[in-house]
Design a protein around this ligand. Structure first.
Ligand SMILES: *Cc1c(COP(=O)(O)O)cnc(C)c1O
Length: 472
C-alpha cells in the first residue's frame, strides 16, 4: 500500500543517487571491467520468498549491479552510436513510469496519442520533412525499418500479402553492402528471405552506387522479380556514409519502388539547416526513420518513423479484435494501427520534455558542437605521425588506423589496430569501437555524447597517442 512518508524518503535516496551519478559519471571506467559471469555470481539464485527492504535492494544495486554497468552517459563514451539521455528526458521518464499508462488506443490515454502526433510533427518540421509525412514513435530503428518493409511488401503484392502470404512471390529488397544488419533481419522476418535482399556495391567512401542499383532493379524486372523496397542510408553505421538520396529517390520513382531512408543516427544532423543538402530528394521517399535515442538526448528507447501515406501504412497493420473496438475507431487515431505491437509506451512525453527544455536552438548548438569536436579530432589524427583516416569524416564519426608504414614492424596491421583499441577500452579512460572499412580494421570514434566537451576529446587523443607510442 502507498505510504507517502516512506515514498518521499526513498525517492529522496534515488534522487541523491542520481545526482551523485551525474556528477561523477566521467570518473568511472567507461566500459565495465567485469568479465562474463561475475554479476550473475553475485546475485541470489532464487527469488526472495518474503519482501526485502528498499535499503537492502538499493545497496545490492550499488555493490552488485553498478560494477557491471558500462557508462553510456560518460562524456568519454565514443563507441558504437551513443544512447544519450539528458536531465529533462530522465524527468519525463519518472512521470511516464508513475503514470504507467499503456497508450495502445486514443481512448486508453488521449494525451499520449495527441502528444505523439504533435511532437512528431514538431520534429518532422525541425528536420525539414514536409507536412505530408506523419510520424509514429517506435521502440527502435530495427522495428521501424521492419514496418516499412512490411508495408512495402503489402503494397507490391497488391495488398494481398497479409491475407494470402507471399509463398512463390519473387519480392526483392535493395540496400547497400554497408546497410545496417536490421535490414537483413527485417527481410528475413518479413518472409522475403535474405536471398532476395540485393546488396548494392559501394564507392570508396562507402556510399551506395546508384548506377548499380538501377542496373540491379532493371535486371530483376527482366527476370520477373518484383522490386518492393529500397533502403537508403543517411549515415551508415560503419562510417556514417550518406547514400546518394536524391539519385536513389529518382530511381525509386521511376520503377515505383518503396523508398525507405534509414537515418537512425545522422537524421538528427538535419536539424542544422547547413546539413539539409544531404537529404535533397527526400520528399520522394515513402518512409524515413531517425532515433532521438541516439543523438537527440532522449533516453533509449525512442525511434521516430515517418510515413508519407499514413492511410496505406495503417492498412498493413490494422487488426482490431472485438474486445478493442469502440465507436470512435473511425474518428480517432489509434497508434496501435501503426506497427507491430499492440501495447505502447508513452514515449512522446520525454521527446516533448527534451525539445522544450533545449529549444530547437539549444539542440542545434549541441549537435553543431559535436560535429566541430569531431572535426578537431580528425585534424589531430590526420596530423599525427602514427595515424591516417580510413575514410574522410562524416558528421561526428571518425574512422582511423595506424599508417601502413607500421606494417613493416608488425606482421598484421589489422591486429595492431585491434590491439590498440583493446588497450584504449581496457584503460577505462575512453570507450571506442571499430569498423571494417574497405576490408581494413579501423578504430571508430563517435563524438556525440550529451556531455562531451573539448577536454574529453583532448584526453582521448592523449590516451591514443601515448598508447601508440608504447606500441610502435
Ligand atoms: C543504430 C542503427 C540502427 C539500429 O538502431 P536500433 O534503434 O538499435 O534498432 C539502424 N540503422 C542504422 C543506420 C543505425 O546506425
Amino acid at each position: 500500500m502507498f505510504n507517502k512518508e516512506e515514498f518521499k524518503e526513498n525517492a529522496q535516496c534515488i534522487i541523491d543517487w542520481i545526482t551523485d551519478y551525474f556528477s561523477n559519471v566521467e570518473n568511472f571506467p567507461v566500459r565495465s571491467q567485469l568479465s562474463y559471469g561475475e554479476v550473475k555470481k553475485s546475485i541470489a539464485k532464487e527469488a526472495p520468498l518474503v519482501a526485502e527492504t528498499f535499503d537492502v535492494i538499493l545497496n545490492d544495486f550499488q555493490t552488485k549491479i553498478f560494477p557491471g554497468i558500462t557508462h553510456w552517459q560518460s562524456p568519454k563514451y565514443f563507441a558504437y552510436f551513443p544512447a544519450n539521455n539528458s536531465i529533462p528526458s530522465v524527468f519525463a521518464e519518472f512521470l511516464t513510469a508513475a503514470l504507467g499508462i499503456q497508450g495502445m488506443k486514443w481512448i486508453t490515454s488521449p494525451a499520449a496519442t495527441e502528444l505523439e502526433e504533435v511532437v512528431t510533427d514538431w520534429l518532422g518540421k525541425m528536420i525539414g520533412l514536409s507536412e505530408q509525412f506523419k510520424g509514429v514513435i517506435q521502440d527502435t530503428a530495427s522495428v521501424a525499418t521492419l514496418c516499412a518493409i512490411l508495408a512495402a511488401r503489402e503494397r507490391i503484392s497488391g495488398f494481398q500479402s497479409n491475407s494470402k502470404g507471399i509463398s512463390g512471390e519473387k519480392i526483392r529488397v535493395y540496400c547497400s553492402s554497408e546497410a545496417h544488419s536490421s535490414v537483413e533481419k527485417a527481410v528475413r522476418i518479413a518472409g522475403i528471405g535474405s536471398d532476395n535482399l540485393v546488396k548494392i556495391k559501394i564507392d570508396k567512401e562507402c556510399r551506395m552506387l546508384a548506377s548499380d542499383l538501377e542496373k540491379a532493379i532493371a535486371e530483376d524486372l527482366s527476370k520477373g522479380y518484383k522490386p518492393a523496397c529500397i533502403v537508403g542510408a543517411l549515415g551508415t553505421t560503419g562510417t556514417c556514409a550518406i547514400d546518394p538520396i536524391a539519385e536513389i529517390a529518382e530511381i525509386a520513382v521511376k520503377y515505383n519502388v518503396w523508398f525507405h531512408i534509414d537515418a537512425a543516427f545522422a537524421g538528427t544532423a538535419l536539424i542544422l539547416p547547413e546539413f539539409r543538402k544531404m537529404i535533397s530528394g527526400y520528399s520522394k521517399a515513402d518512409s524515413f526513420v531517425l532515433n532521438p535515442h541516439k543523438w537527440m538526448f532522449t533516453n533509449f528507447d525512442c525511434s521516430v518513423l515517418y510515413v508519407k501515406d499514413e492511410k496505406q501504412f495503417q492498412e498493413t497493420f490494422r487488426l482490431v479484435p472485438h474486445y478493442l473496438q469502440t465507436n470512435l475507431d473511425n474518428e480517432v487515431n489509434d497508434y496501435s494501427n501503426w506497427g507491430i505491437q499492440l501495447g505502447r509506451r508513452f514515449r512522446a512525453l520525454k521527446l516533448w520534455f527534451v525539445i522544450r527544455s533545449f529549444g530547437v536552438k539549444g539542440l542545434q548548438d549541441k549537435i553543431r558542437e559535436h560535429i566541430q569536436l569531431a572535426e578537431y579530432f580528425e585534424g589531430k589524427i590526420k596530423n599525427s605521425k602514427w595515424f591516417e583516416l580510413a575514410v574522410p569524416r562524416n558528421l561526428a564519426v571518425v574512422c582511423f588506423r595506424f599508417k601502413s608504414e607500421f606494417q613493416s614492424e608488425n606482421e598484421n596491421l589489422n591486429e595492431l589496430n585491434a590491439d590498440l583499441l583493446e588497450r584504449i577500452n581496457k584503460s577505462g579512460e575512453a570507450y571506442m569501437s571499430h569498423s571494417i572499412v574497405n576490408g581494413k580494421f579501423a578504430l571508430r570514434f563517435v563524438c556525440a555524447q550529451t556531455n562531451t566537451e573539448k577536454r574529453h576529446v583532448d584526453e582521448a587523443l592523449q590516451l591514443i597517442f601515448s598508447l601508440a607510442k608504447e606500441m610502435t
